[in-house]
Design a protein around this ligand. Structure first.
Ligand code: CP
Ligand code: NVA
Length: 300
């Protein structure tokens, strides 16, 4: 593994190995003998807001012996229009790896090409692979694995989170039911490109949740869409609340990548009822990303 640009570039074996290593790193936390990033500086270029991703990467790089260098997109020349390929070629001569949160997926692809450094996608408009790895770790811990489990995703059917989940379902071969207003569903070409009969997309949250072991949601308006109030109006009936979840499997878990907007995609009651899982999921960002950093350091 040279980069982590998207979930679909990983094999089932690579995903399973990252989750297994994350479990090891979580158990060993505070007693690491190996420092695979010793002497390395990892730049963190963020052009969107972040709490979990920023903190977990800064802590994770340090715990593995490296130095994280946070670069806000507004503060570096990139924010004034310096091309990605020039920024990438400069950083490629100075740092050892780059973690990027930005809008266009193509920007991180270009960054990896021109910097020749290991690049980690810390969220783009298309994908959020680090979140999916942390979520799978949480499913492993809470339910003993994803094999044979039914997953539901209720909300925006074509956000970075749903796209990454659909790829994960295809690769790992678990059932995923996405329920989303018609206007927020993935285009037919995208569904065709998945070529998987394990994934269904509908506008029926009740059917999607029925018998589900894992019910997942995310904000209705992703970063960069905040002024699309007309989109938000489409989501009536798509809130995770007690009546909708009454059809879920016994022992089901609820996931939310956070930040959460109570009263919109999830009710206060359901968020607090499942807070133990949801905040374990947030903590797992740290362990999953450390596994990614170790894998990239080993590949060098
Ligand atoms: N879930 C997630 O990526 O959170 P942040 O936006 O706070 O990093
Ligand atoms: N879909 C959300 C995820 C936030 C972690 C967004 O892009 O804002």
């Amino acid at each position: 593994m040279k980069n982590l640009l998207s979930i679909e570039e990983l094999s089932a074996a690579e995903i399973a190995a990252l989750v297994t290593d994350a479990i090891r790193l979580k158990a060993e936390r505070g007693n690491h003998s190996a420092q695979p990033l010793a002497g390395q500086t990892w730049a963190m270029i963020f052009t969107k807001s972040s709490t979990r991703t920023r903190v977990s990467f800064e802590v994770g790089v340090r715990e593995l012996g490296g130095f994280p260098m946070f670069l806000s997109g507004n503060d570096i020349q990139l924010g004034r229009g310096e091309p990605i390929k020039d920024t990438a070629r400069v950083l490629g001569r100075m740092v050892h790896g780059v973690i990027i949160r930005t809008f266009a997926q193509q920007d991180i692809i270009d960054f990896a090409e021109f910097s020749k450094l290991p690049v980690i996608n810390a969220l783009t408009d298309d994908e959020h692979p680090c979140q999916i790895l942390a979520d799978l770790l949480t499913v492993q811990e809470k339910l003993g694995g994803w094999e044979g489990k039914k997953f539901a995703f209720i909300g925006d059917g074509f956000s970075n989170m749903t796209r990454s989940w659909m790829w994960a379902a295809k690769i790992l071969n678990f059932e995923l039911h996405v329920a989303s207003p018609k206007s927020c569903q993935p285009p037919a070409e995208f569904i065709a490109s998945l070529d998987s009969d394990m994934i269904t997309v509908s506008d029926d949250p009740i059917s999607a949740v029925k018998g589900a072991d894992v019910i997942n949601t995310d904000v209705w308006l992703s970063m960069g869409q905040e002024d699309q109030k007309e989109k938000e109006a489409e989501f009536a009936g798509y809130q995770l609340e007690s009546e909708l979840l009454s059809g879920a499997a016994e022992g089901h878990i609820v996931l939310h990548c956070l930040p959460a907007y109570r009263g919109k995609e999830i009710s206060e009651e359901i968020l607090e009822k499942h807070a133990d899982t949801i905040f374990q999921q947030a903590e797992n960002r740290l362990h999953a990303q450390k596994a990614v950093l170790v894998a990239l350091a080993q590949a060098k």
